[in-house]
Ligand binder design. Structure first.
Ligand code: MG
Length: 384
């Protein structure tokens, strides 16, 4: 049997690190999967160490400052060159944020299946992504843990049998913080995630629930469900990753330890399941509790629902403004509460009503939203 060829984008990040462990497990009894390409942002030492271990020589680094003979491509388009010039069957996209969009689309254009951990691809350009996949026959398999759960729960189920998707949220670092302390919350506080070990941006997005907002938009796009058919429930243990509710009133759930290796492995082996040592649960320790997210604590969540209801380009604006606001929060320019305030102010400006049909339009709205969010932050700073 020929091994399946894999490119891992964002190979030195959290998804990349988990992917290597998954591949070691899947290749225990022979080389089912072969890594043929790797990319990173700037951590070239780690990239080269992994490339050496797995015998990979198609390497790219997005940081234009990287100049090393072993790294074939560097700079803004490095990842696109890697995808264009490497033959592969599956691309794992673990790039953080909006820079993940173009590589996702390029992989699908080349007919490569996409194991997608980069939710921004779906939020910014879901319709374009699906159209590209349809044209080339490539598949998109979600790796985001909630969407991986939903994907497998919905697999083989008729759409008209499904009443509602219920996405769980850990509640992030500030689930129990008194609201009056919010104006004084700092970066270190936001980075203390209770259950998942992830990158900085997504951990802050978890505290604000912007991450869940993006995931609601992602679910809307991936599974073709309306705003009223998607709910979010706080579940601090992060053991149930999602539910579906069927029209007879039953709930079906997917449970496992909070470990990204399970969704990654299931995306790679789909439609099969393979043995894994990851994520087993013991009933001796199983505690499941659920509560509703309060809008006053998590204003980013209702804002995300607004972007689905108005459709048009607002999901792109939501994501771009949040990226700028989180950067400003991390550099100490705005307080934690300034994130939602910036996103709301940016969304409430004048925007076209059309959903963009090309990547160029998508990126132009993205950049306009970045500029507008930046201007809002600068004006806010002048006032204070
Ligand atoms: Mg998630």
């Amino acid at each position: 049997m020929q091994s399946t060829r894999i490119i891992i984008l964002g190979a030195t990040g959290s998804i990349g690190t988990s992917s290597f462990e998954v591949l070691r497990n899947l290749n225990k009894k022979g080389e089912r999967f072969r890594i043929v390409g790797l990319s990173c942002l700037s951590n070239t030492e780690e990239l080269l160490r992994r490339a050496g271990e797995f015998g990979v020589d198609s390497l790219a680094a997005s940081d234009p400052g990287v100049q090393r003979p072993e790294i074939r491509w560097s700079g803004e388009d490095a990842v696109l060159h890697l995808i264009e010039e490497t033959e592969a069957d599956i691309v794992i996209n673990g790039i953080a944020g909006s820079p993940g969009l173009m590589p996702s689309l390029r992989a699908l254009e080349r007919g490569m299946d996409l194991a997608l951990a980069n939710k921004e691809t779906v939020v910014m350009a879901g319709p374009i992504m699906f159209e590209t996949a349809r044209r080339t026959g490539a598949s998109v398999i979600p790796v985001d843990s909630e969407h991986s759960a939903l994907f497998h729960l919905l697999d083989g189920r008729k759409r008209e049998q499904v009443r509602r998707l219920i996405i769980t949220a850990s509640g992030g670092a500030f689930r129990q913080t008194p609201l009056e302390e919010f104006p004084r919350l700092g970066v270190a506080d936001a980075l203390a995630h209770p259950t998942w070990d992830m990158g900085a941006k997504i951990t802050i997005d978890s505290a604000s629930m912007a991450n869940k907002g993006l995931e609601v938009i992602e679910a809307h796009r991936l599974f073709d469900m309306g705003a009223d058919e998607i709910s979010v429930v706080i579940h601090p243990q992060s053991t149930v990753h999602s539910f579906i509710e069927t029209v007879d009133g039953s709930l079906y759930a997917q449970l496992s330890a909070p470990d990204m290796k399970i969704p990654i492995q299931n995306a790679l082996t789909y439609p099969e399941l393979s043995d894994s040592p990851f994520g087993g649960l013991s009933f001796d320790e199983l505690q499941l509790s659920f509560s509703r997210p309060e809008p006053a604590r998590y204003p980013m969540l209702p804002l995300a629902y607004d972007t689905i209801r108005s459709e048009g380009p607002l999901p792109i604006v939501y994501n771009a403004a949040n990226e700028i606001a989180v950067e400003a929060f991390m550099s100490g320019t705005i307080p934690f509460t300034g994130i939602a305030e910036t996103v709301e102010a940016t969304l409430s400006q004048e925007w076209d009503s059309e959903v963009p049909s090309t990547v160029e339009e998508t990126m132009s709205i993205h950049r306009k939203a970045e500029r507008r969010a930046g201007t809002h932050i600068a004006q806010r700073k002048e006032r204070t």
